[in-house]
Write a protein that binds this ligand. Structure first.
Ligand code: ADP
Ligand code: MG
Length: 264
C-alpha cells in the first residue's frame, strides 16, 4: 500500500457553530498505482479527507501512512490539483509550470527540459509562452496538470479538478488523465461529485455521506486498462453507476435531508 488511512477522523472546532464532525473514522488502504475516487454530495468531507492525505490538515484522530511511514506534513512526492487552476496571471504557461521548482529552491534551468517534455505530453507546446488569460478553462487545467506532473509525483491528489469544465472538455480531460497517469504508475486520489466520472476513471469508488461525513461503501470497478470512453457503453458501467447512486440515495433518505448530487 502506498497510502493507508488508519482511522482518520476530523472534527472542526469553530467559534459560534460549535464542533463540526466533518469526518467519522475512515479506514482505507490505497494500493500503489491505483486510482481511487471519493464521491458524495457537498459537505460529506471529501475536501477534508483529501487535505488530510496531502498533509495540509492534521486529523483529529488516526493517521495517514505514506509508504509505511506516518505522514507529518506535505510531501514533495505528492502533487495536488484543485478545481481552479490557480495560475499566476502575469507568468507564461512555461513559467507557471516552472514555479514549484523555484518554491523548492531548485535551479529553474535544471527543470527546463522536463517542463518542455511535460508541456508536450499535455499538448501545450505551442502555448508555452502564452499567458493564462488567453487559454480556455480546459487548457488552464492542463497547465495545472503539467505543473504537478513535471515534478514526477508518486501520488496525485485532485479535488474536483474538472468540476468547472463543460461536459465535453471534462470527458476529454478524463481520457487524457488516464493516459498520463496509468502507464506512469502514478497513484491518484480523485474527488468528484460526478458518479459516471468516478466509475470511468477509478479502480475503487469510495462513497461518502454527510451529516456527519463518513464512508458508506467502497465499490470495485473491474474494467481493464487502458480504458477508452466507450467503456461507458457497457452494461456493467451503467450498473455500477446505478449501484453508486443507490448507495448515495439510501443514505440521503436515511438522513432525511436532500443531498446535492450532480452529473449522474
Ligand atoms: N475550516 C472549517 N471549519 C469548520 N467547518 C468546516 C471547515 N471546513 C469544512 N467544514 C465543514 O466540514 C464538513 C465537510 O466539509 P468538506 O470537507 O469541505 O466537504 P466536501 O468537500 O465534501 O464538500 C462540512 O459540514 C463543512 O461545512
Ligand atoms: Mg470539497
Amino acid at each position: 500500500m502506498i497510502l493507508e488511512l488508519d482511522s482518520v477522523a476530523k472534527t472542526y472546532r469553530t467559534k459560534g457553530r460549535g464542533d463540526v464532525e466533518a469526518l467519522r473514522p475512515v479506514q482505507l488502504p490505497i494500493p500503489e498505482g491505483s486510482f481511487v475516487s471519493l464521491v458524495g454530495p457537498s459537505g460529506c468531507g471529501k475536501t477534508t479527507l483529501l487535505n488530510i492525505v496531502a498533509g495540509l490538515l492534521p486529523p483529529t484522530a488516526g493517521r495517514v501512512l505514506f509508504e509505511g511511514q506516518p505522514l507529518a506534513g506535505p510531501s514533495r512526492d505528492m502533487g495536488i490539483m484543485f478545481q481552479r487552476a490557480v495560475l499566476l496571471p502575469w507568468r507564461t504557461v512555461e513559467k507557471n509550470v516552472m514555479l514549484p521548482a523555484e518554491v523548492f529552491g531548485q535551479e529553474p534551468s535544471s527543470m527546463q527540459e522536463r517542463v518542455a517534455e511535460t508541456l508536450e505530453m499535455v499538448g501545450l507546446t505551442d502555448f508555452s509562452n502564452a499567458l493564462p488569460q488567453h487559454l480556455s478553462g480546459g487548457m488552464q487545467q492542463r497547465v495545472a496538470l503539467a505543473r504537478v506532473l513535471a515534478y514526477r509525483p508518486k501520488v496525485l491528489l485532485m479535488d474536483e479538478p474538472f468540476g468547472a469544465l463543460d461536459e465535453f472538455t471534462r470527458e476529454a480531460m478524463n481520457v487524457e488523465l488516464l493516459r498520463l497517469t496509468r502507464p506512469a504508475g502514478i497513484t491518484v486520489v480523485f474527488v468528484t461529485h460526478n458518479i459516471s466520472e468516478a466509475v470511468f476513471l477509478s479502480h475503487k469508488v469510495v462513497v461518502m455521506s454527510p451529516r456527519p461525513g463518513r464512508v458508506t461503501g467502497v465499490i470495485d470497478v473491474p474494467f481493464d486498462d487502458p480504458r477508452e470512453i466507450d467503456v461507458m457503453r457497457q452494461q456493467t458501467f451503467t450498473e455500477l453507476v446505478f449501484e453508486v447512486r443507490e448507495l448515495l440515495n439510501k443514505e440521503e433518505s436515511r438522513s432525511g435531508v436532500p443531498a446535492e448530487v450532480e452529473g449522474a
